[in-house]
Design a protein around this ligand. Structure first.
Ligand code: MG
Length: 389
């Protein structure tokens, strides 16, 4: 355990924040990161997450995770770990709640379709406003530009540290463009190396822990994967055996939940231990040291390998399940058709989007903001076809 009271010396201190793009007076009762979190929760994009797909389409069942409940689970796991590591919980919460704001309807299927559409426009030179469609970059666009709430600026005007955490990945092409607009800013590390804050690193890992666990739960609930299949996954089976050792008569849903619960706790403890070791080994003692260092929030080597095996299992058996793939195909068609329809007839877009300078990007922003059900309704209106009866 690193000694001392209060925050770890490598934690982000809101009083030492690199600030907002548009200077604002400090709030009387809240830190900069608490204010960021509150702005995210009050945003329009955050409310839309409730009707956006995580793995299963929103209308397939009421109990499946949506982007909203996923984000809440990431925030919960992230805060628990942050508290133990004495990192800034508010910053972790702000990043976790905002990390998926840029996701399109229909999850990764929607994103892939929109990326293909935008890649074509970018490569043909008809979109000069960035390259392709990247959901992490889109999350940043939402908080930097697309939310319209404040009199003096576009976006939510969040602190640098929250924006840095939101931009988890970025292609080189887009990083170069961002760096030109904001030298030394959030895209700098994608061009010159380095790591984001420990709080940002933690959100990445909390995201992985959350979706591995809830996709098992949703996968079994949907009937697409079974408890018996999961016995082939060493990570899960270990916890299933432990659950049965303490409760020999446990079966069905309660056995599933208890196994997942044990797995979640153990992964949380693993991250806390492995990260404390990594911080001690790296000898870091400030946020600047962290930014110069390799990533330090980590699983142990053993847990990393077992988590990877679980991810591979979920990819093969759930995300690529024929039934999921079939829905994915229709979702891609909805997004592709919508993109073409708006591009060829911009009058179908709301006025604020139709009048923007870069039409393909305006169309991508409009589609990315849609909920699953709104995209389905718009597709029916514009194409006359019903792909999701
Ligand atoms: Mg996520």
């Amino acid at each position: 355990m690193r000694s001392g009271a209060g925050l770890d010396p490598c934690a982000c201190d809101p009083a030492a924040s690199r600030g907002r793009r548009h200077p604002e007076a400090a709030a009387p009762t809240r830190t900069a990161f608490q204010r960021d979190r509150d702005r995210v929760i009050h945003s329009t994009a955050f409310r839309r997450l409730v009707y956006k797909t995580q793995v299963f389409l929103n209308h397939e069942g009421d109990l499946f995770r949506t982007r909203l409940t996923h984000s809440l689970e990431v925030a919960q796991l992230g805060r628990s770990i942050a508290r133990s590591l004495r990192l800034n919980e508010d910053l972790v919460e702000a990043i976790a709640l905002a990390h998926d704001l840029g996701h399109t309807p229909f999850g990764h299927a929607g994103q892939d379709a929109l990326h293909e559409c935008m890649q074509r426009c970018s490569d043909q030179g008809t979109s000069l406003d960035g390259w392709g469609f990247e959901h992490n970059l889109q999350s940043l666009r939402v908080v930097d530009e697309l939310e319209e709430r404040y009199p003096a600026f576009d976006g939510l005007n969040l602190s640098f540290e929250t924006r840095e955490g939101i931009l988890k990945h970025c292609s080189r092409r887009n990083a170069e463009r961002l760096e030109a607009q904001e030298p030394g800013g959030v895209a700098h590390r994608f061009l010159h190396g380095g790591s984001p804050s420990l709080e940002a690193q933690l959100c990445n890992l909390a995201d992985e822990i959350a979706y591995n666990a809830h996709d098992i739960d949703d996968g079994v609930r949907s009937g697409l994967i079974t408890l018996e299949q999961l016995e082939q996954v060493p990570l899960f089976d270990d916890y299933r055996r432990r659950a049965l050792a303490s409760h020999p008569r446990l079966t069905g849903r309660r056995l599933l939940f208890e196994s997942i619960r044990l797995m979640l706790s153990d992964q949380v403890y693993d991250v806390i231990d492995a990260t404390q070791r990594a911080l001690a080994q790296a000898g870091v003692s400030s946020v600047e040291d962290v930014r110069r260092s390799r990533p330090l929030v980590t699983f142990s080597a053993d847990m990393r390998q077992r988590s990877q095996a679980l991810k591979t299992f979920l990819l093969r058996n759930l995300y690529r399940h024929p039934q999921v793939m079939e829905t994915t195909g229709r979702a891609k068609q909805v997004v592709g058709d919508l993109f073409q329809a708006y591009l060829s007839d911009p009058a179908q877009l709301p006025e604020a989007h139709a009048s923007r300078e870069h039409l393909p990007r305006a169309v991508a922003d409009y589609i990315a903001g849609m909920t699953d059900r709104f995209a389905i309704r718009e597709h029916e209106r514009l194409s006359g076809a019903t792909l999701f009866p």
